[in-house]
Design a protein around this ligand. Sequence first.
Ligand code: ZN
Length: 330
Amino acid sequence: MKRITLIAAALLFCSALSYGWGFFGHKVIHQLAIYNLPKQLQGFYFKHHNYLISKSVRPDERRNDDPAEAPRHYIDIDVYGDEAINTMPEAWEAAAARYTADTLLKYGIVPWHVVVVQERLTNAFKEQNADSILYYSADLGHYIADAHVPLHTTVNYDGQLTAQKGMHSLWESKLPELFAQTYKLQGKKATYLPDTEKQIWQVVRHTYSLIPQTLSYELEVSKEFTPEAKFDQVERNGKMRQYYSDAFAEAYQQKLGSMVEDQMRAAAQQVASFWYTAWVDGGKPDMDKLMFQALTKADKKQLKQEKKAFRRGQLFEKCLVVAAKGQTKE
Ligand SMILES: [Zn+2]
């Protein structure tokens, strides 16, 4: 437990600034996605796993410089009404015709942006451009992962409308950072997605369906806590700020059951399936030829070891989670 606390302390600063799964969650999801890939792609993605894992957070970092970036990470679907999750046109043109493009941009465009980046990745495979394949794979994975976070699908994105402010980073950063090593993250092999637009909307609808529990469980657990026990007061830049305490996070995690782990596992599976689908639609180029350097014997041995640990749910135990290694160094 001491180690977990240290990790959490090291990452507290990042968590407060992150948007979507926290940096830790994004990195873990991209790493897991590689294990879910079929053989034809896995060597290439594994060879470049450090790039894919470290760049999994680039879209969040880009938000600081690019004003067009922010809406690509979420969709406040409930601003369009209670039924909008089922009635929103899936195609951008039809949705823009109904609500205007400006309105859609204002309340977030994650599912539509996934479709755009998917097309860019497919083109990169067609052009057999390894740099672009890596670049768009990293970006695409990020947006798909964000679409799995319930608070990325509601206008009440931080619990700010229901006096639950701070829930965003509690759910997507603090819980995975504290408990990912207890999660079952073994996923199924990537599958071909005949309609990626439909697929990402299905993801968003499921994610949105988790909002009632996400919010109401926090209220239920709060009944067991005094405000002093529920929050830690932390001084940052001369200002006192409050964050959910570890004890509260633990009780909330227990109440949520497998929700966060299910969403992490599902995100990794979807990321792998979208990557795989782009490769198929891009004409199935021979990825071994596109590798900057062929897999060495040692690489192959390492991949085999990691896949075995992944299947057995021992990645954390065997210290093979790249994001967790980064934490202990900090
Ligand atoms: Zn994001």
